[in-house]
Design a protein around this ligand. Structure first.
Ligand SMILES: [Zn+2]
Length: 441
């Protein structure tokens, strides 16, 4: 996933943080005025820059030099002479916090360190990242990828001490999915946060947090960026990507700058080929049903069409795996309800382990995006399509699949993805998906 990009580093200043400038300004104003809420939820899609912004805010809070940017009073330009917090990026506090910029590498190192412990110690050791004595970062603890009680206990313990070196203590929870005991424990500190503490919770979907946690936090949302802005960013930061691929990536990354910059088009097109087999099978079955079985139970070319080469950046290796594993079509089974088992046959091969989870997530995201595109075509808004390279194929699918089925499949795919984020057992989520698709409209 990260192969095409270098290790993440923080922007040198807030002007280099892409998008959501007025939201960022209001947070900087709050820090400068000492009014940043003790407990804050930073909400936004994956890749919107939640973690990057959280570290930049932490640096502004903790910077030894406490620099300020003064906006001159210019009513004509909408400037009201605010004071905005900044960070110097060079002091001992700034540099230590910035050292945590590559979250994946930090988590991997912490997990590795835990692996080397004795079995008895391993169980009680939680993954924590502490780039600075006053800044503690809590990522979801592998392998379950939930924030656990032990992590929140460390947070609470540290929160009750005065800051050691910096002005305040800052805690960053990098995800909203946590174990029930951890959430209940967090609730206690959110009820009465010590005066010198700031807690930032990063959430793709704040709805997954306990309502009692949400009600004790201020919520700030990082919105999606316009497609054009992301295309410009890609042209500047990933100039090696051809323009037609940049246009596609900008649409597929759904307004998230970070996702666009790290977008692995090969992995996506491979997953999309799997998802297309599923949709073509459903379409073929639906048409066979319309023709009251006039068609033979032969596969009639639909699956081979599905695995035909996408126009851009496809990986031949993954395609051939898909092709060899392509389920056979039995149109009799599709007369009343499209067969969801095709999807399971595909995901079966990659159910195990973290890599399997990643592949399943990518497949579901690809399927979701395709289904949304089919809904957009049905709604007569083809200009909003994301998979712009597949428009003719998607138009054929939209004509062949019953609208109600597309809607139901789209809803079900969203539910499974949300289940995966909450880390419900993957197989349970996929079973639920199957159940959704077989329930009559
Ligand atoms: Zn500094």
């Amino acid at each position: 996933m990260q192969a095409m990009t270098t290790a993440p580093t923080l922007p040198a200043d807030f002007n280099d943080f892409v998008g959501n400038s007025s939201t960022v300004e209001s947070l900087r104003t709050a820090i400068a005025g000492g009014r940043l809420p003790h407990s804050l939820i930073l909400a936004g899609p994956s890749g919107a820059g939640k973690y990057t912004l959280a570290l930049m805010l932490a640096m502004s809070i903790e910077c030894e030099r406490q620099p300020r940017e003064l906006r001159s009073y210019e009513p004509a330009l909408g400037s009201d002479g605010q004071t905005l917090a900044l960070f110097c990026g060079h002091c001992a506090n700034c540099t230590r916090i910035a050292s945590a910029a590559d979250l994946e590498a930090q988590v991997a190192a912490a997990v590795l360190a835990r692996e080397e412990l004795r079995e008895t110690d391993k169980k009680d050791t939680r993954v924590l990242i502490q780039p600075h004595p006053d800044v503690l970062i809590l990522p979801p603890d592998p392998p379950q990828l939930l924030i656990k009680l032990g992590q929140v206990r460390t947070l609470i313990q540290q929160a009750h001490y005065l800051p050691a070196e910096a002005p305040r203590r800052v805690f960053i929870l990098t995800a909203a999915n946590m174990m029930k005991e951890a959430a209940n424990s967090l609730l206690k500190i959110l009820e009465e946060p010590p005066d010198t503490v700031n807690i930032l919770i990063l959430a793709e979907n704040p709805g997954e947090l306990l309502p009692t946690i949400r009600s004790r936090c201020a919520t700030v949302r990082l919105g999606a960026l316009p497609v054009e802005e992301i295309e410009t960013l890609l042209a500047y930061r990933r100039p090696e990507v051809p323009p037609n691929q940049r246009a596609l990536i900008a649409r597929l990354s759904q307004g998230a700058a970070g996702r666009a910059l790290a977008f692995d088009l090969d992995a996506y097109t491979a997953a999309r080929a799997d998802a297309l087999i599923f949709l073509h099978n459903a379409a073929a079955g639906s048409q066979a049903g319309d023709r009251s079985g006039a068609q033979s139970s032969d596969s009639s070319g639909a699956p081979s069409q599905a695995v035909s080469s996408p126009e851009v950046g496809s990986s031949a290796g993954s395609r051939s795996r898909v092709a060899s594993g392509a389920p056979h079509l039995d149109s009799e089974m599709w007369v009343h309800e499209p067969d969801h088992t095709a999807l399971f046959k595909m995901t079966e091969t990659y159910r195990a382990g973290a890599e399997g989870q990643q592949k399943t997530t990518t497949l579901l995201r690809a399927l979701s995006l395709l289904l949304e595109d089919l809904l957009l075509l049905n709604a007569g808004t083809p200009e909003l399509l994301r998979n712009i390279d597949l428009r003719p194929e998607l138009e054929r699918l939209a004509a062949a699949l019953p609208f109600a089925w597309i809607e139901r499949a789209s809803h079900a795919a969203d539910q499974v993805q949300s289940g995966l984020r909450r880390n419900l057992l993957r197989s349970l989520s996929l079973d639920a998906f199957a159940a959704q698709l077989t329930t009559p409209a």
